[in-house]
Design a protein around this ligand. Structure first.
Ligand code: ZN
Length: 527
């Protein structure tokens, strides 16, 4: 990039710097921020003369946002499918598939996603025969909203090399779908679709002001992420977000967390200690309130887990530990304690605990001693208030989703979407953290209102803290001189907006490393 300067003024600048949280103007040169301050200060900077100027009408400018936990490749596949989430009947779903097939060529696959037969008028699972009778001469795969059940038509089963005498009703449970997914992926890759799907998925994030995604492979669940597609996009100057990848396998070669550059880097090792609250597989310390026969499950035998954790730690891998229930969190605490008993991690990064949905006060004290990063998903509150209340019962609710307690603890707390579990917009999470209400706006005062965050606190989760979590707090996540020019110019003044409207916020313009990654800025370089 040549060293042209860009002066952004007329907006409200939120810097994520607690000593100087507000400013009026920003000056960018090349990939970095040159100056930030009052309009007069910045305009008097020697480089402001002759700079290209972007005049705002009061909109807020914030540091580019980091989504600290999501599954990008999985999201890219889901968004490329035909969403059947809103369909009210199998007949309506089949019509949606016919409409989608209309613009395709012979041999193209049709992937229907997020159907829920429990909501269908027919109230039964779709079968291969339903799909075969729909008059669509294409391989078809339907993936249920839970992702554990899929249905293929005869053309898809044939294209997957499955012998005809094994086709049955075409319903595929769990890993039975593997050969069909493989055949569909081969078609996507051969027809050059995969990279475009990933690029578009990344652009969705840029459209909300996100400049970095910390994406996570869940290969054990058939949801692997890879670095190579991002590298290819980068080479073609089509990568609109910075990418950090966490892998749920230990690397085969001796590499430490942090390998890479400002755009693509290896994050570390992801471990799943338990499942989900919705599926009652999160490991709780006491039985589920709505099913006293179970406390959920721990995925790992204690001794084997401790050995794995110590090895990862000694190898210099930052660990990202999935723990939802309080019993899983107890195990995570023991694991991180065991790791630090071996000495500091050679990568120099703190370990991370992901989700942390239930955290007793004594556990928070232990976490403070360990100095871990807590990765939370505030968008879960609007989605899960009633489910969580049913699963946990009144007694545990006061220490569930306790983000204000986390922020007040002084630990680094990041914000994320867990996309595609939640949509890609970080603003649904900011809104969830600030308002703590359901999608229906209830309860009006907020659910556990003492755990609400201020807007400034919520923004820190998605800006400075996401950068600090990967050791980049001195380079990204703030609007400060010398920092990389990652900026989100929003579509409104978020500090004057009704907090309930925060969920609607979009970026008008997003810059990553000085390049426009979303929106229009004529005369300025873009990816
Ligand atoms: Zn996840």
């Amino acid at each position: 990039m040549d060293e042209k300067c860009l002066l952004i003024r007329g907006g409200t600048v939120w810097t994520a710097d607690r000593r100087n949280p507000r400013a009026e103007a920003v000056l960018v040169r090349g990939e970095r921020i040159l100056a930030v301050g009052s309009s007069a200060e910045v305009q008097n900077h020697e480089c402001a003369r002759g700079a290209q100027t972007l005049d705002l009408a009061g909109e807020t400018v914030i540091p580019g946002m980091t989504d600290a936990h999501l599954h990008l490749l999985y999201y890219s596949k889901q968004r490329a499918g035909v969403s059947l989430f809103e369909t009210k009947s199998l007949a309506e779903a089949l019509q949606a598939l016919r409409d989608a097939a209309a613009g395709t060529r012979p041999g193209d696959w049709i992937h229907g996603v997020r159907y829920n037969d429990a909501y269908w008028a027919e109230n039964r699972a779709p079968t291969r025969h339903d799909l075969d009778a729909a008059g669509i001469d294409r391989p078809i795969l339907l993936t249920r909203v839970c992702t554990h059940v899929q249905v293929a038509n005869s053309a898809a089963l044939a294209a997957s090399g499955i012998p005809e005498d094994q086709w049955g009703d075409g319903i595929l449970l769990e890993t039975e779908v593997a050969p069909v997914l493989k055949a569909m992926e081969a078609w996507r890759s051969e027809t050059g679709r995969t990279l475009g799907m990933i690029e578009e998925a990344c652009r969705d994030f840029a459209g909300f002001g996100v400049t970095e995604i910390q994406t996570c492979s869940a290969s054990g669940y058939g949801l692997a992420d890879d670095l190579a597609p991002f590298q290819r996009l980068r080479l073609e100057r089509r990568l609109p977000v910075r990418v950090v990848l966490y892998e749920d396998r230990m690397p085969q070669w001796n590499v430490m967390s942090g390998l890479g550059d400002d755009w693509i880097r290896y994050g570390g090792f992801k471990l799943f200690l338990d499942g989900s609250l919705g599926g009652r597989t999160a490991a709780l310390g006491a039985p589920y309130a709505d099913d006293p026969s179970t406390c959920g499950l721990l995925n790992h035998e204690e001794g084997a887990l401790m050995a794995t954790v110590k090895e990862a730690h000694k190898r210099g891998l930052q660990m990202l530990i999935h723990a939802i229930g309080d019993r899983a969190l107890d195990q995570a605490i023991r694991a991180v304690e065991a790791a630090y008993a071996e000495g500091p991690c050679p990568c120099g990064l703190p370990h991370r605990i992901n989700h942390v949905m239930i955290c007793r006060p004594d556990q928070l004290e232990a976490l403070k001693k360990l100095g871990v990063v807590l990765d939370v998903q505030p968008a879960f509150v609007p989605s899960e208030i009633s489910m969580a209340t049913a699963r946990l019962g009144e007694e545990r609710i006061p220490w569930s989703y306790p983000w204000k307690s986390f922020v007040d603890s002084g630990l680094v707390v990041t914000g994320s979407s867990d996309c595609p579990v939640e949509p890609p917009s970080p603003w649904r999470g900011v809104w969830g953290a600030v308002c703590r209400v359901g999608d229906d706006g209830k309860p009006e005062e907020g659910w556990q209102p003492h755990q609400k965050l201020t807007l400034d606190e919520a923004l820190e989760l998605w800006t400075v803290n996401g950068a600090v979590a990967v050791g980049e707090g001195g380079r990204r996540g703030r609007i400060a001189p010398g920092y990389l020019a990652d900026l989100a110019i929003l579509d409104r003044d978020i500090f004057k907006a009704d907090p309930m409207d925060l969920r609607e916020v979009k970026a008008r313009l997003t810059l990553a490393g000085g390049y426009v990654t979303h929106g229009e800025l004529p005369g300025w370089p873009a990816f």
